[in-house]
Ligand binder design. Sequence first.
Ligand code: ADP
Length: 376
Amino acid sequence: MAQISEQQVLEALSGVVDEEKNQDIVSLGMVSGLQVKQGHVAFALQVEPERGPRLEPLRKKAEQTVHALPGVLTATVVLTAERQAAAEPKPAPHAHDHGHGHGHQDEPLLPQVRAIVAVASGKGGVGKSTTAVNLALALAVRGLKVGVLDADIYGPSIPRMLGIKGQPTSSDGRSINPMRNHGVECMSIGFLVEEEMPIIWRGPMVMSALEQMMKDVRWSPLDIMVVDMPPGTGDAQLTMAQRVPLIGAVIVSTPQDIALADARKGLNMFRKVNVPVLGIVENMSYFACPHCGERTDIFSHGGARAEAELLGVDCLGEVPLDIVIRETSDGGNPIVVSDPASPHAKAYLDIADKVWVKVEAELAERERAAPRILVQ
Ligand code: ADP
């Protein structure tokens, strides 16, 4: 696919006219923060605050113009207004800059992360972590800056799946450096809470570990953070879903569990806390024979698609049961990086594309609902 450049985007935008001013939006200097990454285009249109409410058609026009360009996968345009004199200070980019511990309740969590997506499941063992890891790596393959926050206290497996060894380090004795491999950053609750500790769940300890992972880890500026949630839909999971500023959730289910309404429970949990469900991934959807490649629908495959339709959510993709997926992720080299051209990697890449399109739509929706005032 032809790569789209910033120049091409600006050229196209110079054909979009602000009718009230009778001039195009590029000459008017309204286009700011233009980002072009592998076919994903995003920018802000700076407007005077009082004109904001009237300019939705102009925003849409700009978005459609860019989207129509060859090589553009997604286009996200938000309206922003410059704030006058009494500007608020920018949120600190890193937790260690906050200075005095955890006293700042109203500080936004993870201000350097554009979007946080939960990967959840109604129960354990359905391949939630495998999906989270391959999804994260697929998003990174697409050129996005990605972090993985492993919050699965029952089985923190993300570092192992990412091939990360050792313990996280600290440069200043207060903040924690995220760990890195395969181009993504990672932090796991397994590093902060002893796995052997019984009924760990009850403890406020888990919540404080979660908080620490958001506040005290020096995450880079990220496009997206994938959170591997603990399986299940109990109170603990609900609290977590509430504490992390999620933009959306992906629910992983096996075909047979979808029929058992586990996915439905997950859906309801996120609805309760007003987190949009981006869709369902059907994992272990069918059996791909490692010898002959023949496909066998051991479970009634396709259940996710039909069930998702009934529930009013999208099916983001189907991933087969294949020993290669298990061996690669359990061995620290998930299929998306170890065999990126394989059909399984492609399945994850497709899922990642769908997720990112939906995330961008949610981000744009948020901006529309509460236009963010950029402080210049
Ligand atoms: P969860 O996070 O839901 O508990 P995991 O992702 O840890 O589940 O997966 C459980 C086991 O199943 C792991 O050993 C993993 O490698 C394996 N697994 C997950 N998805 C697949 C798949 N599509 N094909 C084969 N094995 C898989």
